[in-house]
Each structure stands twice: as structure tokens, then as C-alpha cells.
Design a binder for this molecule. Structure first.
Ligand code: FAD
Length: 445
């Protein structure tokens, strides 16, 4: 019987295990995770802290007992894989509860070790009032702190997805929130004009934003920034980025790519064909440019888990590459993007043109409608879509999802006018913003 060992039992790892069993009842699957919770929705953790989700257990999708009973898969939590012996095809595992060390052999190994929150070297950073949010236990620590200590203020360091989601949730709990971000504009994956719209929303919601500066010291309640400003806060959330967990792969001599992730091919295989890497720790390639790319988000982790599992079982379904599709809720706004942004297009010196459409989500005479800005970058010669961004109230996510599908299907910017999208006044208009971008592109030729 073929034996597959998986390292990591959350986004990518648990999904790969489930897929292996779904498509083959006869393989043996063993999963190790050093944490004490498996298969939880990390994406839901800011909303548990913000009390939007009242029951923290509702984001835990299963546990080892249920997984064993339902899928006959062994998940061993609090077990850390210390080493991969590629010649002998086995891993060395440390039981963190008993201290016991043992070996587990494999025919195929899937690495889904995720990433770790980056902690910059700042004076005072190791205080009990400085938190990161990476896993279920981090969430519980922050949640307990808020409930027990009843803090009044927080500094969030880092204006990416997690920082912004935390800023919103903490503000909604009634805290004074300051958001510190090192670059001149928050959410660096977005074009600056779109980021600025988010910054406006933060100002409207009374979140104090400090860009172009960073924390250099924290002592007691005082946080000193590189521009000399001092802030006062009861606690700090550090959300300055994610470092892929590649230690095991490095030690095993697997190839690490230029983005810092474990390099993989279109079947998620590393340079050792028996070892696969998926999720936040893996590097794959950009669907538009073919360049190395790493997207530490849940959707790619799930797609990659499917591809790796099917490949291990003998089915060659190649990954088409990564787009980096993502969406963010920030108070009343939604911002979403896919593919290349302006900065990448410029850095790679790609030929591009842009159509920006300022419209509305659905019929203007219908009471519940909101403004929408849809911006699409395309190659002016091949007319192929390079990327898109959208911001506004409702319906932002579906416009980006349509563009994602268009990119996957190889449609041109001009094809967008022809799409027969669903319409009724509460949802859209007969000339949807997607169609409007297509009309404008044809007009611009
Ligand atoms: P993980 O899910 O992080 O799992 C890795 C596991 O491997 C961990 O449990 C770790 O303990 C374990 N591990 C590591 N090394 C070892 C070892 N040596 N031995 C044993 N176990 C090991 N994505 C979105 O698409 N949308 C969102 O809205 C979103 N929101 C998020 C909000 C937060 C607060 C966070 C933290 C993440 C969010 N993400 C979101 C990202 C998403 O959760 C991750 O991309 C996804 O979980 C990645 O899956 P993974 O399997 O690569 O890693």
C-alpha cells in the first residue's frame, strides 16, 4: 500500500489528505502538525477576535478523531517533523508531548508547513503585550488578553491584509486604533490610487494611519516610530509579513526559489520527485509572466493540494500558475485584485494599457447600490488581460472573479463587452462594469 506523509495539518496539508482519500480508498496517509489544532480557518481568526464570530470552535472544521473515523487518516498533532532523510525516504518526528523521537517512512511526502509571522528586531518586542496572529493559539491569546485586560488602545504594525482586518475588528470593538505602515501607501499589492481609497475609509472610520514610518522601540505603553513620533497603546499587533517555513526543505537540500519559497513544478513537485510542496511555503510560477511567484493565501493552497494529491495518485493535472487573486473587507469597502499590478508591470517593463471604469454595483434607481471602480490592465497588442483591481461597496468580488475566469480562459479585454452576465436591478445593470470596460477598450483602440 502506498504511504503518503504530510507535514502540516491546516490549509494545504489537511486538504491534500482529504483529497488523497477521496480519490483513493487504499493509500495510507499520515499527517503531522506541531500545533494543537488542525483544519481551522485561519482566515476567520480576526473575526473571532472582533466578536463577529462568537464561537471560536466554529472555525475548527475537524479534529484527528473525526478525521480518522470519517476518512481513515492518522493526524498526529503536537508532533514536529525535525528532519527529512531523502535517501531512506523517511522523516524524523519529535512528539512534543512525550519527548519521544521516531521515524516514519514514506513513498511520497507533501510539505505544507506554511509560514511564520516576521518579528523585526525591535527593542522591547518580546513584551507580553506584543502579539502576532498566525494560528489558532495566537488568536486565543489575543482574544483572552482583550477579554481579561479590557485594553482601550492598540497599535497595529503593518498595513497588509491581516493588519487591516485586525484594525477593523479592533475598532469595531471600540478600541482606539493606530495603524503604522512602513511604505508610503498601505496594501502594497494594490495600485496606489486604490490603496488611497482604503486610506480614506480608514480616516472616515477614525483609524489613525501613519505611513512611511515604522516601529523602532516599545517600552511600557510607549511606541516610538522611526520618524520620532511616540504613540501610546495598551498592546501591539505585529503584522509585518510572513516568512515561509523552509527550514526542513533547506536542511534536506531541496531547491529554494528566488521568492524564498520551496521551488515546485506544475505538479507541485520539488526537485526531489517524491517530495511535493504546497501552500504558503511553496514557490510556483506566475500565470501571466511565467516568473517565479509565491502567493501565501488559502485558495492557492487548496488548488495546489488537489494537484499534488492527484499527481501522487497518477493523474497529471498541471497547475496553470498563480494570479494572486485576493479580496479584503475594510469597514464599508471591499477591495479585490488579480494578476499583475501597476508596479509589477512597470518593474518588468511590460507593455500595458489600462481601462478604469467608475460605475455602480447595480441599478442606480434601486435603493441598495454602491460606487464601484474597476481598473483593468491589458497588453495593447495581444489585448490579453494582465491584471485587474476593483474597489467599492457590493459586487466587487464578483467583478474580479469574472476577470480571473477571463484570464484563465484566455479572453481579451475586448471580449469583456460580449459577456452575458446575470442582471436584475438588485444585482447589476444590463451594462455591467465588466461590459463597460470591454466597450471602453474597443473605443480606445
Ligand atoms: P498553514 O495553514 O499555516 O499550515 C501549516 C501548518 O504546518 C501549521 O499548523 C504549522 O504548525 C505546521 N508545521 C510547520 N512546520 C512543521 C513541522 N516541521 N512539523 C510539523 N508541523 C509543522 N488567505 C486567504 O486566501 N484569505 C483570507 O482571508 C485569509 N485570511 C487570513 C487571516 C489570517 C489571520 C491568517 C494568519 C492567514 C490568512 N490567510 C488568508 C492565509 C491562509 O490562512 C493561508 O494561506 C493558508 O492557511 C496556507 O495553508 P498552508 O497549508 O500553506 O499553511
Amino acid at each position: 500500500m502506498k504511504k503518503i506523509v504530510i507535514i502540516g495539518a491546516v490549509g494545504g496539508g489537511a486538504t491534500a489528505a482529504g483529497q488523497l482519500r477521496f480519490y483513493n480508498p487504499d493509500v495510507q496517509v499520515v499527517v503531522f502538525d506541531r500545533d494543537s489544532t488542525m483544519s481551522y480557518a485561519a482566515c476567520g481568526t480576526p473575526y473571532v477576535i472582533g466578536d463577529v464570530i462568537e464561537d471560536e470552535q466554529s472555525i475548527v472544521l475537524t479534529n484527528p478523531e473525526k478525521f480518522k473515523k470519517k476518512r481513515d487518516i492518522d493526524v498526529k498533532l503536537r508532533h514536529e517533523v525535525k528532519e527529512i532523510d531523502r535517501d531512506a525516504k523517511k522523516v524524523i518526528v519529535h512528539n512534543l508531548e512525550t519527548g519521544e523521537q521516531f521515524e516514519e517512512s514514506y513513498d511520497a511526502l507533501i510539505l505544507a508547513p506554511g509560514g511564520s509571522a516576521i518579528m523585526p528586531k525591535i527593542e522591547g518586542i518580546h513584551s507580553s503585550k506584543v502579539f502576532t496572529l498566525r494560528n489558532f493559539e495566537d488568536m486565543q491569546r489575543i482574544d483572552r488578553f482583550i477579554k481579561n485586560e479590557k485594553p482601550k488602545s492598540c497599535v497595529v504594525s503593518g498595513g497588509g491584509f491581516i493588519g487591516l482586518e485586525m484594525a477593523e475588528n479592533l475598532k469595531n470593538l471600540g478600541l482606539d486604533v493606530s495603524l503604522v505602515h512602513r511604505s508610503p501607501a498601505i496594501m502594497s499589492i494594490l495600485d496606489t490610487d486604490i490603496s488611497l481609497m482604503i486610506e480614506k475609509e480608514l480616516a472616515l472610520q477614525d483609524v489613525k494611519l501613519l505611513t512611511g514610518t515604522e516601529m523602532i522601540k516599545t517600552e511600557g505603553k510607549t511606541i516610538t516610530l522611526s520618524n520620532g513620533i511616540e504613540l501610546q497603546a495598551d498592546f501591539i499587533i505585529m503584522s509585518v509579513g510572513l516568512r515561509p517555513n523552509t527550514e526542513l526543505a533547506v536542511k534536506a537540500g531541496l531547491k529554494i526559489g528566488e521568492t524564498g519559497g520551496i521551488q515546485t513544478n506544475e505538479f507541485m513537485q520539488t526537485d526531489d520527485p517524491s517530495i511535493y510542496a504546497i501552500g504558503d511555503a511553496s514557490e510556483n510560477f506566475d500565470m501571466v509572466t511565467g516568473d517565479p511567484k509565491r502567493v501565501p493565501l488559502a485558495s492557492p493552497a487548496h488548488r495546489q493540494a488537489f494537484i499534488a494529491a492527484r499527481h501522487i495518485l497518477g493523474d497529471k493535472i498541471a497547475k496553470k500558475g498563480l494570479l494572486g487573486t485576493s479580496v479584503l473587507k475594510i469597514f464599508s469597502l471591499t477591495a479585490a485584485m488579480t494578476g499583475l499590478n501597476e508596479k509589477t508591470i512597470k518593474d518588468k517593463k511590460l507593455e500595458s494599457a489600462t481601462i478604469t471604469h467608475h460605475g455602480i454595483s447595480n441599478a442606480g434607481y434601486y435603493p441598495d447600490h454602491s460606487k464601484i471602480t474597476l481598473k483593468v490592465h491589458y497588453n495593447p497588442h495581444t489585448r490579453k488581460i494582465l491584471g485587474a483591481q476593483c474597489i467599492g461597496g457590493k459586487g466587487v468580488d464578483k467583478r474580479i472573479d469574472v476577470i480571473v475566469t477571463a484570464i484563465y480562459g484566455g479572453l481579451t479585454i475586448d471580449d469583456l463587452q460580449a459577456l452575458e452576465l446575470c442582471y436584475a436591478p438588485p444585482y447589476s445593470s444590463p451594462k455591467d462594469p465588466i461590459n463597460m470596460v470591454g466597450y471602453k477598450a474597443i473605443n480606445d483602440q
